[in-house]
Ligand binder design. Structure first.
Ligand code: TXA
Ligand code: MG
Length: 347
């Protein structure tokens, strides 16, 4: 399959963008699969109502079929067409965080969506992205759009169209290139179907931000206990891993440097994943910064880009600094731990 590339100005009122988005929306209506930017990561979209369309997403990504997809909408009217009931609390959350990186779990409306989207669950995950191109594309298609991150399953999520191209060229109908995404980690998945809201996946909207609006929420206990089955099926899979073996290191720069020295002495090519503040202090084969430690949003924004950069280098082992597990740091550490397969070295 020839994958089309549309380079589109993020300023969607630019008339030049219209024919390109029209074409992408048209392909979605024909049940083809199209990648597009969101404010978190690039998504791989298809008509959420059609089984064949949704199956193409799973095929292109090599995604296990028991892992349900998030349905993306552009308006609250669209929400009414896919779920029956909007619990009171979710109104408040939608008013505060939509459009934006918060995914809400609802009981689904019978027959409104392809069963492949929800992987047989009674519930459906929905979000309204805030990226202008995502909103425009969904609106033009007139469809609820199922969209996981647009990477090959297991790889770091794509934050540029180039990442999508590298993973999926030839396997999908097209890619809308709207430049790099901003938030850099995926949306927060929040389950409000029970008495106490539970964060199933930490993400772009922080626990603290949610609690400011609706009071205490809990974190799925499986996020901190490997032995429990997570309630968000996707969280059980290995994810985001670079090719080289990644280990997280909780300790001083001197300690991290000593680990690098020991592995270099054994003949390994070694990388360090760090921040702008610390970059110049390390001596390794490759020292890459994900962002500024003083501004964790920048680390979230650069994290997947940096993990993918290591894949382009002939590095065998990577040691990464750790981050405080608060605010957006919760999502950063969740993704880094998964990328490291749980490997953590303590000083
Ligand atoms: O930021 C994002 O959310 C991106 C962009 C493209 O919107 N999308 C994304 O989708 O990260 P994906 O498929 O990579 O991750 C969806 C997560 C998975 O962990 C999945 O198991 C969970 O949401 N999920 C989907 N439906 C669910 C449901 N009904 N109940 C519990 N978890 C669900
Ligand atoms: Mg994903």
């Amino acid at each position: 399959m020839q994958t089309k590339l549309w380079t589109v100005d993020n300023y969607v009122d630019n008339a030049n963008s219209y024919p390109q988005l029209e074409e992408a929306a048209h392909l979605l209506q024909q049940n083809q699969v199209v990648a597009f930017p969101t404010e978190t990561v690039y998504g791989l979209g298809a008509n959420a109502r059609d089984n064949e369309a949704v199956k193409k997403i799973f095929e292109a990504k090599g995604r296990p079929s028991d892992n349900p997809l998030i349905v993306h909408i552009a308006s609250k009217e669209q929400l009414a067409s896919i779920i029956d009931e909007i619990p009171g609390m979710t109104h408040t959350l939608m008013d505060q965080f939509w459009p934006g990186p918060l995914t809400l779990i609802f009981k689904k409306k019978e027959g409104a969506l392809s069963d492949a989207v929800t992987a047989g669950l009674e519930t459906v995950a929905v979000r309204m992205p805030s990226h202008p191109l995502a909103l425009k594309l969904i609106e033009k298609s007139g469809l609820p759009i199922a969209a996981p991150s647009a990477n090959t399953s297991g790889k770091p999520s794509p934050t540029t169209a180039g990442h999508v191209y590298k993973d999926l060229n030839g396997k999908i109908a097209g890619i809308v290139d709207g430049g790099p995404t901003g938030v850099g980690v995926e949306s927060t998945v929040l389950d409000c179907t029970g008495p106490i809201p539970v964060i199933l996946r930490p993400g772009g909207v922080t626990k603290e931000q949610i609690e400011e609006v609706i009071g205490p929420v809990s974190l799925d206990t499986a996020l901190s206990d490997e032995k429990q089955a997570p309630r968000s099926p996707g969280m059980k899979y290995t994810h985001y891993a670079p090719r080289a073996e990644l280990s997280l290191v909780s300790g001083s720069r001197e300690f991290i440097q000593s680990l690098v020295n020991a592995k270099k002495a054994e003949g390994f090519r070694v990388g360090v994943l760090t921040t702008e503040e610390n970059q110049r202090y390390y001596d390794a084969d490759y020292v890459l910064s994900a962002g500024r430690r003083e501004q964790l949003e920048s680390v979230a924004s650069g994290l997947y880009f940096t993990l993918r950069q290591f894949d382009d280098l002939d590095v065998e082992l990577i040691f990464s600094e750790v981050f405080p597990v608060e605010g957006i740091g919760q999502a950063i550490m969740n993704r880094l731990s998964k990328a490291a397969g749980g490997r953590l070295i303590q000083e």
